[in-house]
Design a binder for this molecule. Structure first.
Ligand code: C2O
Length: 556
């Protein structure tokens, strides 16, 4: 394209209300920036010097081009979490899965079209622990002229929850890998980048949500934390939930939501209380004996006309182990399943898979602090080993020796998954994928194990949304539990919490050719190997086939 035309389009596209732009260009400069929180300052990796990073706004059907330029000394890749990437796996972003990382001084243009999706998602770095500070919102507006299936709120606000470490997060993960032990927990939670007043060390009260009496606000809440599920609530105000993971749900009102890393929730609030200030709180949810950062992040909902010196109405966050509060939210989620937004639940299953998810212990002669062993994690007893060539490249160019297609559909031995631990806690290492044909239907029962500790694992699948058709405590019982599956209006999402000591069943249609990562979205567990990939073969003809890679695809 002529460069003056490109400039003209770029300028015009800054005014989406005036001009319809089907192609949106963004530039993400990955740069270091000194940032202070909790009375100390450290250099962090950012996009465009911002923390959290810029929100990417687009519309359904838009083509998005993001030029990512790596100005830091780390390798970088960016994932557009929840964007389906139909036939464009090259733009998905997980390092060594769909692309080699962008090396220092290099750049890569992520090029994808947003098809059949609208709502809130997030983008984040997908290599090592860089997503701690390299993340931001994605807002996909409905096609022009298509309304929300609920009354349009007066205003919309992106609310990003995160975690802050005083030390460098790359040092935190490297120390854990050397010792074989669990990494340190974070030092604070954040709401739009700020821990707020409860951290005893803030120069300000944190993020302020300014409201006008009588108006309604849609909060696009994103959990961008590395390792912690969070409760979120606002003193004196009910949340009306209308969407999760960019899929509409049947609206319901609730006091407290729970949101796992990688998940998003759209909640509408009405400023219907007496003017004043009200506390917004984000606090950890962990219902198993695992260490967490127990600090509550706070922000303030501020009615216009209220003096800034007036005290805020406080709220008590739920206790850390409040399983019932979490379940109350989770079991209320149902697909909207309307004429315009039907729930297309697969009613038959071509691949019925049973995946145990949990921890293990492997020998590690160099792990001195860990006494010669290290904590690992895996699926069906396989601890995933990252390749040095991206799986998608190996698949497309038929490079042998990078992965094998023998990922097991069942655990190697059956045991009482949520009871006493099995004889050996050791896992096997491997770079294994599970292969399916185009348009196959897949059911995966994700079963938590009690090995070391039962724990809630938020499992994320790239390339697809899935339906959460069943959920329960203890061991999944195929005879009885299948009968109570919801095949009518189950929630549709891209990240689902496997309850501590329980299971969840998901179904999806493999209508997207490529290699798609599935992993726990607690970065600590991903690091330990709780990950695998699906390989979906091409269907018939070009419309059912993976596109060829772009010419600037990074090299390893
Ligand atoms: Cu949001 Cu593979 O991750």
């Amino acid at each position: 394209m002529e460069s003056w035309i490109r400039v003209l389009i770029l300028v015009a596209c800054l005014f989406p209300a005036v001009v319809e732009c089907r192609v949106r260009h963004f530039k993400f400069n990955v740069v270091m920036r000194n940032t202070s929180r909790l009375c100390s300052s450290k250099p962090i990796v950012t996009v465009n010097g911002r923390f959290p990073g810029p929100t990417l706004y687009a519309r359904e059907d838009d083509t998005v081009l993001v030029k990512v330029v790596n100005h830091v000394t780390y390798n970088v890749s960016i994932h557009w979490h929840g964007i389906r990437q139909l036939r464009t796996g090259w733009a998905d972003g997980p390092a060594y899965i769909t692309q080699c990382p962008i090396q220092p001084g290099q750049s890569y243009v992520y090029n994808f079209t947003i098809t059949g999706q609208r709502g809130t998602l997030l983008w984040h770095a997908h290599i090592s622990w860089l997503r701690a500070t390299v993340h931001g919102g994605i807002v996909v507006l409905p096609k022009r002229g298509v309304p929300y299936p609920f009354p349009k709120p007066n205003k919309e606000v992106v609310v990003i929850l995160g975690e802050w470490w005083k030390s460098d997060t790359e040092a935190v993960v490297n120390e854990a890998l050397n010792s074989g032990l669990a990494p340190n927990v974070s030092d604070a939670h954040t709401i739009n980048g700020h821990p707020g007043s409860l951290s005893n060390c803030s120069t300000q009260d944190g993020f302020t949500l300014s409201v006008e009496s009588g108006k309604s606000y849609m909060l696009r809440i994103i959990n961008a934390a590395l390792n912690e599920e969070l409760f979120f609530k606002i003193a004196g105000h009910k949340l009306t939930i209308v969407e999760v993971d960019a899929v509409y749900v049947k609206p319901f009102k609730i006091d407290t939501i729970v949101i796992a890393p990688g998940q998003t929730t759209n909640a509408i609030i009405t400023a219907d209380q007496g003017s004043g200030k009200y506390m917004i709180a984000a606090s950890p949810f962990m219902d198993s004996p695992v260490a967490v950062d127990n600090l509550t992040a706070t922000a303030t909902l501020h009615y216009s006309g209220t003096l800034s010196s007036s005290p805020a109405t406080l709220t008590n966050p739920p206790p850390q182990n409040a399983t019932a509060v979490a379940n109350n939210f989770i079991t209320s989620l149902k697909s909207l399943n309307s004429k315009n937004f039907p729930a297309k639940v697969p009613l038959t299953v071509d691949h019925s898979l049973f995946f145990t998810v949990g921890l293990g212990i492997n020998p590690c002669p160099t792990c001195i602090a860990g006494n010669g062993s290290r904590v690992v994690a895996g699926i069906n007893n396989v601890t995933f080993v990252m390749p040095t060539t991206a799986l998608l490249q190996a698949h497309f160019f038929n490079i042998k020796g990078v992965f094998t297609t023998d990922f097991p559909g069942n655990p190697p031995t059956t045991f009482n998954y949520t009871g006493a631990p099995p004889q050996t806690l050791q896992t096997i290492n491997g770079t294994k994928v599970y292969r399916v044909s185009y348009n196959d239907t897949v059911q995966v029962v994700l079963q938590d194990t009690g090995i070391i500790a039962p724990e809630n694992h938020p499992i994320h699948l790239h390339g697809f949304n899935f339906f959460a058709v069943g959920r329960g405590l203890g061991n999944f019982n195929p005879k009885n539990d299948t009968k109570s599956f919801n095949l009518v209006d189950p929630v549709e999402r891209n990240t689902i919490g496997v309850p501590s000591g329980g299971w969840v069943a998901i179904r999806f249609l493999a209508d997207n050719p490529g290699v798609w990562f599935l992993h726990c979205h607690l970065e600590v567990h991903t690091t330990w190997g709780l990950k695998m990939a699906f390989l979906v073969d091409n269907g018939k003809g070009p419309n059912e086939s993976l596109l060829p890679p772009p010419s600037d695809l990074p090299k390893c």
